[in-house]
Design a protein around this ligand. Sequence first.
Ligand code: NAD
Length: 245
Amino acid sequence: MLNDKIAIITGGTRGIGLETARTFAKNGAQVIIFGSRQETVDKAINELKKENLSVAGYCPSLNNYQEIEQTVKTILDRYGRIDTLVNNAGISADKPIEDTTPEEFDKVIDLNLRAVFYVTKAVVPSMKAKGDGVILNTSSMVSIYGQPSGVGYPASKFAVNGLTKSLARELAPAGIRVNAVAPGITNTDMVAALPPEMIEPLIKTIPLGRIGEPQDIANAFLFLASDLASYITGTILQVDGAARA
Ligand code: NAD
């Protein structure tokens, strides 16, 4: 479905990002993952290599626009183009507002929103020059419903939806589609660490009767990245088993 596409996936070293890297590579893409440390990037590359999937990786600081721009230039020099960008790196927050420091709030916004703007800004000129491209963002179920604490996280994801819908309109004339996937609770390291007594009641609230698997989310990214979605832009695709938490 993605034969010969050049795809960058941020936060591609584990969880949803790693599964998306695996799925894209299995579907013929040349995948380039961005991670926060060389060590975790190498670990992910080696894990996929054992499955005969060849991916590349870099670790620019996602808080530093110049570093991102330089890395994108290196990728363009090496591969000639970027077809697909998946802005997936993200951190969550769960403290009540009185316990959240301004610095903690900024940290969530810096990665979940500002970095999405930075990486997107760095790849758009080359996509515009070739006249097509796909930009996909990882939003969240909380971008629709909010959450009862950790306000920086839903605030950042509401903003990601705004960025997605607005850039879809701005970049459509240039042939660039922009969409987001909004996962419900998904079985990554973060969730696996939670005790069963916390997970079981949550599962009971999900009409499809289970939490999402990273593959469920990767499949949505695969569809939106592919030509099957060629008339879809500006959408926030909920992949949450109809959870309404
Ligand atoms: P994860 O913690 O397993 O993976 C997060 C990824 O982001 C990792 O690859 C990590 O290296 C990267 N990352 C974290 N901090 C970084 C930094 N400062 N700089 C660069 N990269 C950094 O989490 P996940 O569950 O796979 O989450 C991926 C995305 O999905 C996030 O945007 C998250 O908000 C979103 N999401 C997750 C769930 C869920 O239940 N797991 C639900 C909705 C949305």
